[in-house]
Ligand binder design. Structure first.
Ligand code: PMV
Length: 324
């Protein structure tokens, strides 16, 4: 039955960066994220035998075949499992605070996995939903769950999925600094592919991951914002270092990203528990105490406009929305 399904975005504290298998999206390393309440996607799927092809309406606008590609990958798997061939109408709404410029593949493809399997009458477990979402976008596998989530890399389609590790019901939050986009993106898919294939720093990145994962899990259990933040920051810097060694080299950082990182370091010297992380784009995410978030936001406003700074708290896992 067609139902609206909601999934929230997540930000990795230990990054997924590089695939072992491109087709099945099996990663080179485990990753660990925090699901957040501020950004989410609602999706509804309707399979319809009168349709000639899959259709995606995102925020009221019909999307082209490029945007449809990841969506159809998930729909094909669902059709195969449910043993029918009908095309689907996918309606999606991204809830992103105004002007954020944050399109989230994690929340979008997780919501789609939930909505498509509901529409096909498949009664998938969370583990199966995580595996399905993974096929659209790796990070989407983690958005099935709330709080802190680890994606076990596994070795194949059956063994690569996420699981929750802590509900994050403690004093942790995240501020998003939305910086201006200065140049064209290298997608996460292209960026990780190029880095794995050409960067001499890639092996160094992989070599220290187990330690980062072990350390962050202990620090999460201790509810230590300073330890969690410091590990996430060093992990993000290592990931971004691999891109500088790629051929041709590239970086996701802009001058404004560096300003944001410097601002975080300055606030840390002033005594705040603040750390940064970054993904495949120029925005900077600040890990901090929820209880200090409004003070830190004010302090960051001497570097950035108020509209550029968005507060987020730990968010929930995937939900079927009733009565809609
Ligand atoms: O899931 P993708 O293809 O959007 O890749 C995500 C890659 C990073 O955001 C850089 C890291 C991560 O673990 O989310």
């Amino acid at each position: 039955m067609s139902k609206w399904v909601r999934a929230h975005t997540n930000i990795a504290l230990i990054k997924y960066w590089g695939k072992e298998n491109e087709e099945f999206i099996i990663p080179k390393n485990n990753s660990l994220s925090l699901t957040l309440d501020a950004f989410y996607t609602d999706s509804k799927v309707t399979f319809d035998s009168s349709l000639k092809e899959d259709q995606l309406i995102l925020d009221g606008e019909k999307q082209d075949s490029i945007a449809l590609k990841k969506v159809s990958t998930i729909l094909d798997i669902v059709r195969d499992k449910a043993d029918f061939t009908d095309f689907a109408l996918v309606e999606s709404i991204n809830y992103v605070p105004t002007a954020a410029g944050l399109a989230s593949s994690a929340s979008g493809l997780a919501a789609l996995a939930g909505a498509a399997s509901a529409a096909a009458g498949l009664n998938l477990s969370s583990k199966e939903l995580s595996r399905l979402a993974r096929r659209g976008s790796g990070s989407a596998s983690r958005s099935i769950y709330g709080g802190f989530v680890e994606w076990e890399k596994g070795t194949n389609d059956e063994t690569s999925f996420a699981h929750p590790i802590d509900n994050a019901d403690w004093d942790i939050g995240m501020l998003f600094i939305i910086v201006k986009q200065a140049k064209k993106d290298v997608s996460s898919r292209d960026g990780m592919q190029r880095t794995v294939a050409t960067s001499p720093f890639y092996d160094g990145w992989l070599a220290t991951l187990d330690q980062d994962l072990t350390d962050i899990k202990i620090s999460i259990a201790e509810q230590s914002i300073n330890k969690v933040g410091a590990i996430a920051e060093r992990n993000a810097l290592k990931m971004h270092a691999t891109t500088l060694g790629a051929q041709p080299p590239f970086t996701y950082w802009t001058a404004d990203s560096m300003l944001a990182m410097e601002a975080v370091r300055t606030l840390r010297k002033e005594g705040y528990s603040v750390y940064f992380t970054m993904d495949a784009g120029p925005n900077v995410k600040v890990i901090c105490k929820q209880s200090e978030m409004s003070k830190i936001k004010k302090a960051l406003m001497s570097y950035f406009d108020e509209e550029q700074i968005i507060s987020a708290k730990p968010g929930p896992g995937i939900q079927v929305l009733e009565n809609e």
